[in-house]
Design a protein around this ligand. Structure first.
Ligand code: NAD
Length: 395
């Protein structure tokens, strides 16, 4: 019997993405898998049920039916990444069912325990190793790309001025000055987007490697006279720094922040609260009418004044704290996510089953729960569990 891949509608409040788009269906059916989509799952992203059917998927009228029939469930937000509604799905999952999607595995401890308790095999896409072979599965990068782009549009919509320099019969308009702090995937996309709109752009990152990337996009790299030791881990992610470092960084970044019109912050350290890089005093030095878009809001924010999920104004400076920007570009975000998750699933799918015992890093490093246990060493460490599950015991 063919393995059925189920795609439920996302239930996180305001979530408009869908894990699989119609164009991605043939890649799965072509390998002998069946696809079962909950009715209306793609509607908010602009993918009607008729398109899924045309591409070879079946649709199910209820969520329960998708969970009951499918051997593999694909979601954007699995229960760990869906704090408000995810628990409802835990009850629908059954032993040995495979769940793939974002899961917040390092912080959503209760959800990880609950999934282990249901004996579900959960793969968390956040844990994908950043190796070139896995690039086509890198959903975090895809979503960061969308966020970086959308952050600039959000800023532009709030900003009372134009981005490019313009010489008109009515006089010359000065270009907007944009500063992007954190030049990873989202930051670089924000830099590229702001440049395309004609702004004068500066970028800063703790990782020295980011300088060349910032400059290659036509932006200026902000150099801070501050020593960073081991700014980067083996996976290319930034490492957490000392309190003293962050204090010095704030001091030195102050002038660049005060001089910009639009500040976009994206700095993150995996599994940790985002570092606070912009203090209240730094915002006070920004000119009224300036705009901050804090893409780290979901992780607590890079700006001390950010309120996650809200837009606030302080002394004439507007501070946006969006928590789910990719959902505001649901069509493209879903298209990219679907490609990533399909590549991931097909990478693990061999001989009619999803392979979980291989030593290859992609499957091994993303597998979080299996057989009643939390099996992932990083997640076990984050939960304060012993390094390996006790034989026969429960996590
Ligand atoms: P991220 O979302 O974890 O962090 C965003 C950025 O914030 C990073 O560039 C980080 O260095 C920066 N940052 C953290 N603390 C900071 C601080 N105190 N001050 C200033 N900046 C700070 O990172 P990301 O966007 O996911 O990517 C991180 C790196 O991984 C990048 O070099 C990226 O190119 C690389 N990457 C590699 C692959 C691959 O090889 N397959 C895929 C994606 C990303």
């Amino acid at each position: 019997m063919a393995l059925i891949v189920g795609v439920p509608k996302e239930t996180y409040p305001g979530e408009r993405r869908v894990a699989l788009v119609p164009a991605a269906v043939p890649a799965l059916t072509g390998k002998g898998l069946e696809v079962l989509v909950e009715a209306g799952a793609g509607a908010a992203a602009g993918y009607p049920a008729s398109e899924y059917k045309r591409r070879g998927a079946r649709t199910a009228p209820s969520r329960e039916e998708v969970f009951a029939q499918a051997g593999v469930i694909l979601q954007v937000r699995t229960p760990g990444a869906n704090p408000e509604r995810g628990a409802d799905d835990v009850g629908l999952l059954r032993p040995e069912q495979i769940l793939i999607g974002f899961a917040e595995p390092l912080t959503a401890h209760e959800a990880m325990k609950a999934l282990a308790g249901r004996r579900v095999a959960t793969f968390a896409l956040e844990l994908l190793p950043r190796i070139s072979r896995a690039q086509g599965m890198d959903a975090l990068s895809s979503m960061a790309t969308v966020s970086g782009y959308k952050a600039v549009l959000l800023a532009g919509n709030t900003f009372g001025r134009l981005f490019p320099m313009m010489m008109t019969a009515a006089g010359t308009v000065a270009p907007a000055r944009v500063l992007v702090v954190g030049a990873g995937v989202a930051g670089l996309q924000a830099i590229a987007t702001a440049r395309r709109l004609g702004a004068v752009v500066e970028g800063y990152d703790i990782r020295p490697a980011a300088k060349a990337e910032v400059e290659s996009l036509g932006a200026k790299f902000v150099e801070l006279p501050i020593e960073t030791q081991e700014a980067q881990d083996a996976g290319g992610y930034a490492k957490a720094q000392s309190e003293d470092f962050y204090r010095k960084q704030q001091e030195l970044l102050g002038n660049a922040v005060a001089a910009c019109d639009i500040l976009i912050t994206t700095a993150a350290v995996p599994g940790k609260r985002a570092p606070v890089l912009v203090s209240e005093e730094m915002v006070a030095r920004m000119a009224p009418g300036s705009v901050v878009v804090d893409l780290a809001a979901e992780r607590g924010g890079n700006c001390a004044l950010t309120v996650p999920g809200e837009t606030v104004e302080r002394q004439g400076v507007v501070i946006h704290g969006p928590v789910n920007l990719p959902s505001d570009v649901p069509h493209t975000a879903s298209q990219l996510y679907a490609k990533n998750i399909t590549n991931f699933l097909l990478h693990l799918y061999r001989d009619g089953a999803v392979q979980m015992d291989g030593e290859e890093p992609i499957g091994r490093e993303t597998l979080v729960t299996r057989g009643g246990e939390i099996v992932n060493p990083k997640v076990r460490e984050a939960l304060g569990l012993p390094a390996t599950p006790a034989a026969g015991g429960r996590s």
